[in-house]
Design a binder for this molecule. Sequence first.
Ligand code: FAD
Ligand code: UDP
Length: 374
Amino acid sequence: MKKYDYLIVGSGLFGATFAYMAKQRGKKCLVIDKRRNLGGNLYCENIEGINVHKYGAHIFHTSNKKVWDFVNSIVEFNRYTNSPIANFRDELYSLPFNMNTFYQIWGVKTPKEAKEKIEEQRYDVLQKMKAEGVLAPRNLEEQALLLVGKDIYNKLIKGYTEKQWGRPCVELPAFIIKRLPIRFTFDNNYFSDRYQGVPIGGYNELIGGLLKNIETKVDTDFFVDRTYWESVSDKIVFTGKVDEFYNYCFGKLEYRSVRFEEEILNTANYQGNAVVNFTDIDIPYTRIIEHKHFENFGQDVYNIRNTVISKEYPIEWKEGIEPFYPINDEKNMKLYNLYKELVDKETSVLFGGRLAEYKYYDMHQIIDKVFSLF
Ligand code: FAD
Ligand code: UDP
C-alpha cells in the first residue's frame, strides 16, 4: 500500500482544486511545491495592509455558474470589475476597445459611425489578404487590423503585444488578440463574463480554503528526488513543465516571463485605477498595477496612507525564473505535440494546468478542467 492516493506536484489553482475534489471523494493527497509559498501564480503577500498579487494581477471572471458557485463556496468575492486604462504617449484610452475608445481616438459618437470608421481602417489589410487569396487572418497583426483597423492597432496593440511577447505581431497566433472583447457600447468592462471579482482577503483565502486539512510541503522540487516522490503514491498529478518531466528529450519549450518591480509609494492613490497599460514600445514595462484598487469594496483602502505598485517587465524565460506564458506559436506547438504523444501513453500520471498542458488557461477554465476530470 502506498502512503497517498495522489501526489500532486504544484500547489497552483489546478493542483489545489484537484486536491480539494479528491479529498471530498475520500482520497488521500500530498501536495508539494518548489516555491516557498502555496498557490502558484495566485499567491498574494500582505504589504502595508494591501494584498499584493506577487505573480501578476489576477481577476476572476467566468460565465460558468457552477465554477462561480464553487469558488464562492470557498471564499466570498468582491464586486471588482476590471477596466484598464491604456496610456499611449500620455494620451489615455479606455479598454477594452469600446465606444469610449472609439470616441477618444476618432471622435465618433454612435456605433454606426464607429463601424464605418473601422471598415475604412481595415480596407488595406482586406485588400492585401484578397490579393494573396487568404480567407482567414494568418497572424495577430492581420487579426487585429481586421477587428479594429490600423489606428487602434498602431496605438494600443502593436507596441504592447510586441513588448509582452518579445516577437513581432506577424509571428504571433491570431487567437491571443481575440481574448479581448470589442464592443459597440459604452462599456469599459474588460471581460464579457457574467460573474467577476477578487476574493475578499486575497487569493490566499481561496487557496487556503481549497487546501484545508490537506498535507502540503513547500520548498520541495519534485525533480530533486524524483524516484522517492514517484514511490509515495499510486498516481501523480503533475502541474509543472511538461518538457522538464521528460528531461527535455525533444528540446525545450519556450515561455514568456515577467519581472515585477514593486514599489511602496507614500501616496494614498497613485494612478486612480488598478491597471494602467503602457502601449508604446519605448516604455519598457507593459503595465503598472496599483494593488489597493482591487479591494476598495466595503472597506476604504484609501485610508491607508501608502500604496503598492508593480511594474511588469516582460522577459524571455530562462532556467531559474518563473515560466508564465506558454508561447503557442507554430514552432513550439510542434514540439509540444511530441511531448503530448508521451503524455497520452501515461497511465499513472495526469498532466494539468498552464505548464503541463502548455496552454493559455484562465483561472475559471482551470477549475472547469478539474471538474471534467471528476
Ligand atoms: P501555476 O499557478 O503556475 O502553478 C503551478 C505550480 O507548480 C507552481 O506553484 C510551481 O511552483 C509548481 N511547480 C512547478 N514545477 C514544480 C516541481 N518540479 N516541483 C514542485 N512544484 C512545481 N487568469 C485569470 O483568470 N484572470 C487573470 O486576471 C489572470 N491574470 C494573469 C496574470 C499573469 C501575469 C499570469 C502569468 C497569469 C494570469 N492568469 C489569469 C492565469 C492564471 O495564473 C492561471 O490560470 C493559473 O495560475 C494556472 O494555474 P496552474 O495551477 O496551472 O499553474
Ligand atoms: N493587448 C494589447 N493591448 C493592451 C492589452 C492587451 O494589445 O492594452 C493584447 C496583447 O496582445 C495581449 C492580449 O491582448 O497579449 C491579451 O490580453 P490580456 O489582457 O488577456 O493578457 P493576459 O491576461 O494574458 O496578460
